[in-house]
Design a binder for this molecule. Structure first.
Ligand code: NAD
Length: 562
């Protein structure tokens, strides 16, 4: 599984963000600094000059040989969490080897450093905790956040991923244990988007937790108090956003895994004020829109003719629908008609105008219709072309539902997007079997290819990792002051264009994960172009946007120190 691929990363042209060795860093201290440590790859001249003689075994290994050792060790680990921990230790020891292995084995390792394994790691974070990574900003630090952020060793931070831990994947409130999510996302910013590690800062806002089990756990790492709400919460987040801008001017803030109301509230409060976006809302939306656009090449049904039924009207579902409406409007549909193409079922049945219990974010999709109690009755009434699951309700797309979709349409779209794998609304195998192999299926977490009646179906993974690293790189490269919806529309369009025909023929809606680094650079170029064309870029427009973006891509490789 982890055979070493000697594939030099084709997209990388330069490592402009690599840095020279800080003065005075030498000896054992150098070996303990993951950013500059080369371990057994220090050359004899470096060992002599940097006080490393005798601290390392005699033989000098190349980066490729070091990666081979890592892969061999990974293969001996018996479960995914052990692989996660081994890689986390590697990141703490030698960043270059860590990212090189990740870049070259992204398809195998994405499920380890991100969903689904990161979910397991977050659940057990307090128990597997070894050493700090990222920053923990707690309510106890109120009034001091600027000073606390100043304690972070790096000054040139360009991307922050922040969570308050309240809705970690589909796993609920994990409090400060949620730090695993920003850590994982930023590893992907670097490995997939080429944003240099020193420019990335993972943060958890520790505002307490509503998880009683954690509050009773003697090893829990976070604040032992009920989760802050209302004004107390809002003021704390406001202080964080202002402090982040003051300490790291122009930094991109990615909001991640906040509970629905806060996710929408914070996005609305900050999108016009600072360079920020919410990945659950906007990143998910773009990856799903890309899948829908790519599906046109399979089903021959353009986006403007789709009728979509969503199960789950939370941040992700409504975010997707909003971006789909924007894309439909761009393609010539009027907005009211575009909205009527998107229908929702939540835990109380069909979202419709007769309902009086709807949260504000659901109301634009509450169309005229008699109330219906559940997904199946909504399916029968609406006969959607696409069924999208963002409810974290495993088994919700049952045999009846999938069979009904296959009855309505020759190639129904079934997207079971809830994460982690255990929360998916149906499995790939179920979707293919119950639709007699006709479903076009994608999921949020990975599923293995399925053999059905002599045909091999390869499910696509609608992973946000296709979108946010490229968007982030585009924002960083252009110095964009704001993140606008048009950036997600062009990102989705570019991603859809980059799906190879043979991949579509096998039933998948997304490019192979091994290509995601190259895809991210293409997305970044499209995003940076929007920034310059809309007057949002802080940097002067370069002669070639493409060359400018490619120059920013960081590559994990060693540079000589002497
Ligand atoms: P959320 O909490 O904001 O929304 C969940 C929604 O599901 C709520 O509207 C809730 O009412 C609804 N729901 C709960 N039980 C239901 C039931 N029995 N029937 C119908 N609806 C029900 O969460 P979110 O941010 O929207 O995320 C939802 C899921 O989507 C999570 O599992 C998350 O991991 C996943 N997600 C996937 C991707 C991706 O694949 N790219 C991206 C983001 C989120």
């Amino acid at each position: 599984m982890f055979a070493l691929r000697r594939r030099v990363d084709a997209v990388v042209v330069n490592s402009s963000s690599s840095r020279s060795l800080p003065p005075g860093l030498r000896g054992a201290e150098l070996l303990r600094d993951p950013r500059f440590n080369k371990g057994t790859a220090f050359e004899p001249a470096e060992r002599r000059a940097l006080g490393l003689r005798g601290l390392l075994p005699q033989r000098v290994f190349s980066l490729e040989e070091q990666c081979a050792r890592v892969l061999r060790n990974l293969a001996t680990k018996s479960d995914a969490l052990e692989r996660y921990l081994y890689l986390a230790e590697l990141a703490d020891r030698n960043e270059t080897v860590y990212y090189r292995v990740l870049v070259e084995h992204v398809a195998e390792l994405l499920p380890v450093v991100y969903t689904p394994t990161v979910g397991e790691a977050c659940k057990r974070f307090a128990h597997i905790y070894t050493r700090p990574r990222g920053m923990y900003l707690s309510l106890e630090d109120r009034g001091q956040l600027q000073a606390v952020l100043g304690d972070w060793g790096e000054r040139d931070v360009r991307v922050i991923v922040v969570t308050d831990g309240e809705r970690i994947l589909g796993l609920g409130d994990l409090g400060a244990n949620g730090i695993g999510i920003p850590i994982g996302k930023l590893a992907l910013y670097t490995a997939l988007g080429g944003v240099a590690p020193q420019h990335c800062l993972p943060i958890v806002l520790d505002v307490g937790t509503g998880n009683a089990e954690l509050l009773e756990d003697p090893l829990y790492i976070g604040l032992r108090r009920r989760r802050a709400r209302g004004e107390e919460y809002a003021q704390f987040v406001e202080e964080f956003v202002l402090a982040a801008q003051a300490v790291f001017p122009g930094v991109l803030i990615q909001f991640e895994d906040f509970a629905t109301d806060n996710a929408f509230g914070l996005l609305e409060r900050y999108r016009e004020r600072v360079c920020s976006f919410n990945d659950d809302i906007q990143g998910t939306a773009a990856v799903v829109l890309a899948g829908l656009e790519a599906s046109v090449r399979i089903t021959a049904r353009p986006l403007s003719e789709q009728r979509l039924l969503f199960l789950g009207a939370g941040a992700a579902g409504v975010g997707i629908a909003n971006l789909i409406v924007s894309a439909m409007v761009r393609s010539g549909l009027d907005e009211a008609r575009a909205r009527r193409a998107c229908w929702f079922v939540d835990s109380h049945g069909l979202v419709c105008s007769a309902r009086t219990d709807l949260a504000p974010h659901k109301r634009p999709f509450a169309h005229e219709h008699a109330p219906l109690p559940d997904l199946f009755s909504a399916l029968q009434a609406l006969r959607p072309t696409a069924l999208l699951g963002l409810s974290a309700q495993p088994g919700a797309f049952d045999e009846r539902c999938v069979r009904a979709m296959a009855e309505f349409h020759e190639r129904p779209l079934i997207l079971a997007l809830s994460n982690p794998t255990s929360k998916a609304e149906c499995t790939a195998e179920q979707a293919y079997r119950w639709s007699s192999g006709r479903a076009v299926f994608a999921s949020g977490s990975p599923f293995e290819p399925v053999e059905f009646e002599g045909r091999r179906h390869t499910p696509g993974q609608g992973n946000n990792a296709y979108i946010f690293p490229g968007v982030g790189l585009g924002v960083v490269a252009s110095g964009a002051r704001r993140v606008v919806d048009e950036m997600f529309l062009v990102a989705a369009q570019r991603l859809a264009q980059l799906v190879p025909q043979e991949v579509l023929d096998a039933g998948s809606l997304y490019p192979p994960l091994r290509d995601v680094r190259a895809v991210s650079v293409e997305i970044a170029i499209a995003v940076a172009r929007v920034a310059w064309e809309r007057g949002l870029a802080a940097r002067p427009r370069p002669a070639s946007i493409e060359a400018c973006v490619r120059e920013q891509v960081w590559t994990p490789e060693y540079r000589p120190y002497v």
